[in-house]
Design a protein around this ligand. Structure first.
Ligand code: PMV
Length: 358
């Protein structure tokens, strides 16, 4: 019997989640995911998606698996991968990487995507999963994987431009994913997200109080379009522009009370948009309200926590790392019924390992 020579290329990409202090809510272009207003976020380190991609020389087609992946989620991701291959190829060519499109087309592409946070934690994973998949696909397309990996890690202009070009593509899968390519503090306006420089914030610690972990009833795509019918939508872009100015300055001077006040207003404003649109909906549970009321008393203190929520019921609390133990103990004491996830700021999505085997 003729022996078949099997070749497998294996790439692992890892992308963190990010939490916005100024929210991306509303799209100017729902196909390209161009936001109505700029947003500003903190990239996390350990709450992330890890994607393992294998190119197998026998077979063809794309398969995608992973714990907690819904059928709708799988279809959306496969559709994105098919759409993004020519776009990623174009970017790689522009950055002078040789692309082996034939290998991709004649291989079976096996993708496994898993989050480091519990599948049922209610933490949004679209930002981290689209960023990780984009890098894994790019890694599978390039011939010189090592140079690609090193270039992504580079903090020079070339590395930054490469990450930005790939983030633009990822943005078309999930808008907020473009902020997961950089870190720790990231500003996204229009097409591009970039890391902010000259930040004077101390090292930070991040907690999520898992108030409720059931799946979202309203997807963020739907929320982006529904908010436009809220009376509070008027002038939001103007308000955000003002907040961006103040927040950037506060991050530059390490003014945590101002950062905290803006994050608080933004979280409440985004959820108020949900609560006041033409068909009102809410992600909050009684637990969310209880936690927000409890934290409200700390917001006016001299050293306040930075409190925010994503489009979900869980409450994020960001404090200086020097207060990590104190805050962990406080949150546990105040809300012993809720699980707490813990993280810290990170630098963004990367290809973490690769191998070619026979
Ligand atoms: O990337 P999307 O379309 O899932 O948008 C999510 C936007 C929010 O998470 C609700 C806010 C933000 O800026 O991250």
């Amino acid at each position: 019997m003729k022996e078949v020579f099997r070749v497998t290329t294996h790439i692992t990409a890892r992308a963190p989640s990010n939490i916005a202090l100024i929210k991306y809510m509303g799209k100017v272009d729902p196909v390209l995911n161009i936001p109505e207003n700029p947003s500003l976020s903190l990239t996390l380190q350990d709450l992330c998606t890890v994607v393992n991609l294998r190119l197998k020389s026998e077979g063809e087609g794309i398969s995608l698996s992973g714990p907690g992946l819904s059928e709708a989620g799988r279809t959306r991701m496969i559709h994105y991968i098919q759409k993004s291959v020519p776009l990623i190829t174009e970017v790689l060519n522009k950055f002078e990487f040789k692309v082996d499109l034939q290998r991709w087309e004649s291989s079976q592409v096996e993708i496994e995507s898993r989050n480091t946070f519990p599948a049922s934690s209610g933490i949004a994973s679209s930002a981290s999963s689209f960023a990780a998949v984009t890098l894994a696909v790019a890694g599978a397309l390039v011939q010189d994987l090592e140079r690609f990996q090193l270039s992504l890690d580079n903090h020079d202009d070339y590395g930054r431009k490469l990450r930005r070009a790939l983030a633009r593509i990822s943005r078309q899968g999930s808008g907020s994913s473009c902020r997961s390519f950089e870190g720790p503090w990231v500003y996204w306006e229009g097409e591009d997200a970039e890391a902010l420089n000259e930040i004077q914030m101390p090292e930070m610690a991040h907690f999520v109080l898992l108030v409720d972990s059931s799946p979202k009833k309203v997807s963020s795509s739907l929320a982006h379009s529904m908010v436009r019918s809220s009376p509070l939508w008027n002038e939001r872009v103007k308000r955000v522009e003002e907040r961006v100015k103040v927040l950037k300055q506060a991050l530059k001077s390490g003014d945590i009370p101002t950062v905290s006040r803006i994050a608080w207003s933004e979280a409440w404003e985004m959820h108020s948009l949900f609560h006041t649109c033409s068909e009102p909906f809410s992600y909050w549970t009684p637990g969310t309200i209880d936690v927000l009321r409890g934290l409200a008393s700390f917001i006016l203190q001299k050293s306040p926590p930075i409190v925010t929520l994503d489009a979900g019921p869980n409450v994020h609390v960001i404090v200086p790392a020097s207060q990590r133990d104190e805050w962990r103990a406080r949150l546990k004491e105040l809300w012993p019924q809720f699980e707490i996830l813990e993280d810290r700021p990170g630098l963004g999505a990367r290809v973490v390992s690769s191998s070619d085997g026979a």
